[in-house]
Unconditional design. Structure first.
Length: 137
């Protein structure tokens, strides 16, 4: 009887002192790449390679129009449509960006780089112009 009690006590002590298992936690490195969330992050990740960091575009191997001080961004639907569906040499992003990312991106573009269109772009706006209706992130 005593040894039985001792055994139970030892088991309980073991359970309490056992180190928590973190084996499933991802270690540093080797994890998924970070997801671009803010409009600026989305721009840097998906757009600046062609439209340049200052959004002034470039002419070289192709012609990449400036998004800086671009009056076409005044119309919400224009950029929303192109981002969702692509145009000419520009790829489409309706499968690559979530609605939330497209909203953040377009709102950012409309209020930066010399553009001053303060009205935020809504989920309905990006959906209306073809952005994937389900938010992935
Ligand atoms: C692979 C290069 C490339 C990438 C990446 C790219 N674009 Fe473009 N973009 C272009 C080209 C080329 C055009 C011109 C298309 C045409 O008029 O035929 C364009 C046109 C545009 C226009 C229309 C500009 C105007 O004045 O008519 C907008 C708005 C735009 N891009 C926004 C974006 C945004 C926002 C992103 C990031 C999600 C992006 N682009 C990513 C190449 C690119």
């Amino acid at each position: 009887m005593t040894s039985h009690r001792f055994f139970l006590g030892a088991l309980a002590a073991l359970a309490l002192t056992a180190a928590p298992a973190f084996a499933d936690e991802p270690g540093p490195g080797g994890s998924k790449p970070p997801v671009a969330k803010t409009g600026e992050e989305v721009y840097r990740t998906y757009c600046q390679a062609c439209h340049m960091a200052d959004a002034k575009g470039a002419v070289g191997a192709g012609a990449f129009p400036a998004l800086a001080s671009n009056p076409r961004l005044g119309t919400t639907g224009y950029a929303a449509y192109i981002v969702a569906n692509g145009k000419g040499g520009m790829p489409w992003f309706k499968d690559a960006l979530s609605k939330a990312q497209a909203q953040a991106l377009l709102t950012y573009l409309r209020t930066h780089f010399g553009n001053d269109y303060k009205e935020p772009v809504t989920a309905a706006d990006v959906e209306a112009f073809g952005q994937t209706p389900t938010s992935r992130f």
